[in-house]
Ligand binder design. Structure first.
Ligand code: AQP
Length: 321
């Protein structure tokens, strides 16, 4: 079973990225052959400032390594280092349905939030299909927001196979864990870089603490029980709290007597317990950018070797060769 997934270097890693995707990446590398990439071409659909963009891929790679992705077990690479991905993207674009792309929730949500769409944003799921298909992956660990994009991939596969009367691609399945399918941001919407509601994992502790303390809550008085439904603070505690703390969390919400301020402070403690070690490693890794580049170059080499045979079949299927 081959696993593939990616994260966009469009900002600092946030806790939605970790619980929704990266934690599974680390687990899966124990049992599967894994390909993980920095989706830098995707990120260009939102970050269009060269000096801001330049360092983001390396920061993300440092994050991957800090969380325990091991280059001897997983293939780690930059999307843009594999030019075959954009070639495949084009072949797939010519069989992808426009209507399907226009109906994608992620595209519609971004437009509804005021993002002025470019063609890249619309065709993002086709590039994602190329990422997935090019390494013949069977399993794609993602957050729920990407479920529909996986359906686009499957649709594109069927369309390509029908158009060219062939069977070159492996049909991939998403891997989505229910309890962390959508990690909420500090305003209760899906945590997302483009909504500005993230809690970052790396960077100085003080602003992160401030961010957690600014989580939007209602005005339930300290002595009263707190609602748990649609409560971002409660959902985040459920994601973070170790099993031994479950009782404390339930008591704090259901019994009354514990204020939101106290609960947020506890959430910050869980944050440090969960990420303290990775944060230290991240700072260490940042001191050696050449080593990160070496890991990525070696990953790109392995990935390019892997994609060769599939690309030969695709070129032959469309009549390019
Ligand atoms: N809030 C979330 N809950 C669960 N999973 C999430 N993921 C992202 N946000 C959440 C998962 O993280 C992986 C990498 O995401 P990405 O950064 O490549 O793209 P994204 O999903 O578009 O993340 P953002 O923060 O929302 O980025 P922008 O705003 O730039 O589009 C994916 O598997 C994703 O599901």
């Amino acid at each position: 079973m081959r696993v593939l997934s990616g994260v966009q270097p469009s900002g600092i890693l946030h806790i939605g990225n970790y619980f929704g995707a990266i934690r599974q990446f680390v687990e899966l590398q124990r049992t599967h052959e894994c390909f993980y990439f920095l989706a830098d071409l995707h990120a260009l659909t939102t970050v269009q400032n060269a000096s801001q963009f330049r360092g983001l891929s390396r920061d993300l790679a440092a994050g991957f390594l800090a969380f325990g992705l091991d280059p001897s077990k997983s293939v780690l690479y930059r999307q843009s280092d594999i030019p075959e991905v954009t070639e495949l993207y084009w072949y797939l674009s010519t069989v992808a349905s426009m209507g399907l792309l226009q109906r994608c929730h992620s595209f519609k949500d971004k437009v509804a939030q005021g993002v002025v769409p470019n063609h890249g944003l619309l065709s993002y799921p086709v590039l994602m299909a190329a990422d997935i298909l090019i390494v013949n992956s069977n399993l794609v660990p993602v957050g729920k927001d990407q479920k529909q994009h996986l359906e686009v991939t499957r649709d594109v596969v069927s369309s390509f196979h029908t158009t060219y009367d062939c069977e070159v691609f492996t049909l991939p399945e998403p891997l989505i864990l229910d309890d962390v399918a959508v990690v909420p941001g500090i305003d209760g919407r899906k945590m997302s870089k483009s909504y500005g509601n993230t809690i970052d994992i790396f960077g100085p502790e003080k602003p992160i603490r401030k961010r957690i303390m600014s989580l939007v809550t209602d005005s339930t008085p300290v002595e009263e029980p707190k609602p748990t439904e649609d409560n971002a603070l409660y959902q985040l505690l459920k994601v973070f709290a170790p099993k031994s703390e479950t009782e404390w969390v339930e008591h704090a919400f259901r019994e009354g007597g514990t204020g939101y301020g106290t609960i947020k402070k506890r959430l910050f403690e869980y944050f440090i317990e969960t990420f303290g070690e990775a944060r230290t490693r991240y700072d260490e890794l940042q001191k050696d950018p050449a080593e990160i580049e070496r890991v990525l170059a070696s990953g790109a080499e392995k990935a390019r070797r892997t994609v060769g045979p599939l690309m030969d079949s695709v070129r032959s299927a469309v009549g390019m060769r």
